[in-house]
Design a binder for this molecule. Structure first.
Ligand SMILES: Nc1ncnc2c1ncn2[C@@H]1O[C@H](COP(=O)(O)OP(=O)(O)OP(=O)(O)O)[C@@H](O)[C@H]1O
Ligand SMILES: [Mg+2]
Length: 263
């Protein structure tokens, strides 16, 4: 079981979209994937997968250090599971809900989950956990980074996005320093661009000049197909229709590059 967080301070930088489609493309290979929606906006769980929190919630698991597996729900897709966000996350995010050792709660829940799943062997295993985070560098995002093996930063390469990117990378390094020395930056993925425009070519190059090999080769270009897939609640790799193939293949390429990097 390996754990990947998708994080970027900037709102609308395609964190949820990347989580949704990367999860789909990993499940397509036969991996068993659990998505965790750690964003109180509930985009990943409710908007993208159409799955709502049940009676056992993520925030209860974090607050009471309770069994997180009870919050796992199936999706419409084989091998794809989700722990949806719930309203209790808002109090954790704002600091209104006091938690001792608050940054390490998810890490603690997930290491116990790992132990529980290992006893099940075979059926019931989870290969990948993908965590979607809110657009802020707060306690929820720190919980995700503290619990993870890897982080991918989806990037909006425009001017506003680059400032947020620097702050996000610094935050990742502080997570590594204070909570999780083995956390690896798997890469930055440039999203939602139109490579035919000079502006987007220039901004992409600027990000590559600064971050070099950290930036994935694949760029996810902007398309209404990406929006349609999210709106129909079907990850691109599972969408029917030739018009989706090109975009599904971008996420397959991202998956393959990611798997090559993490070995
Ligand atoms: N490649 C793309 N082409 C077109 N639209 C896209 C693409 N990627 C993402 N989008 C759209 O951009 C918007 C923001 O994406 P998304 O919700 O994934 O960002 P986010 O970083 O999770 O946002 P937030 O910070 O609010 O959580 C969504 O409407 C999504 O459908
Ligand atoms: Mg989001």
């Amino acid at each position: 079981m390996r754990i990947l967080t998708l994080a970027n301070l900037k709102g609308g930088s395609a964190k949820s979209t990347t989580t949704f489609n990367l999860a789909g493309s990993l499940a397509e290979l036969g991996a068993r994937v659990l998505c965790i929606d750690l964003d109180p906006q509930k985009t990943l769980g409710e908007a993208f997968f159409g799955v709502y929190a049940g009676s056992k919630t993520l925030s209860e698991a974090l607050i009471n250090d309770a069994a997180i597996e009870e919050a796992i729900l199936p999706t419409d897709f084989e091998n794809l599971f989700i722990i949806p966000a719930d309203d209790g996350l808002k109090g954790i995010k704002s600091g209104q809900t006091q938690l001792e050792g608050g940054e390490l709660r998810l890490r603690s829940c997930l290491s116990r989950l790992r132990g529980t799943l290992e006893q099940l062997s075979g059926h019931g295993q989870i290969d990948w956990i993908l965590i979607d985070t809110p657009p802020s560098l707060d306690r929820l995002t720190m919980n995700a980074l503290a619990a993870s093996d890897y982080v991918i930063v989806p990037v909006d390469p425009g001017a506003g996005g680059r400032g947020a990117l620097g702050d996000t990378i610094e935050y990742v390094y502080s997570a590594r320093k204070w909570y999780n020395p083995t956390l690896q930056v798997a890469g930055l993925v440039i999203n939602n661009t139109d490579p035919r425009t000079v502006y987007d070519q220039t901004t992409e190059q600027l990000v590559r000049d600064i971050y070099g090999d950290l930036v994935f080769d694949i760029v996810i270009t902007a398309s209404v197909r990406v929006r349609e897939s999210a709106e129909s609640r079907v990850p691109l790799v599972f969408c029917d229709g030739n018009e989706f193939v090109r975009y599904a293949n971008m996420y397959r390429a991202l998956r393959d590059e990611f798997l090559e990097r993490v070995g």
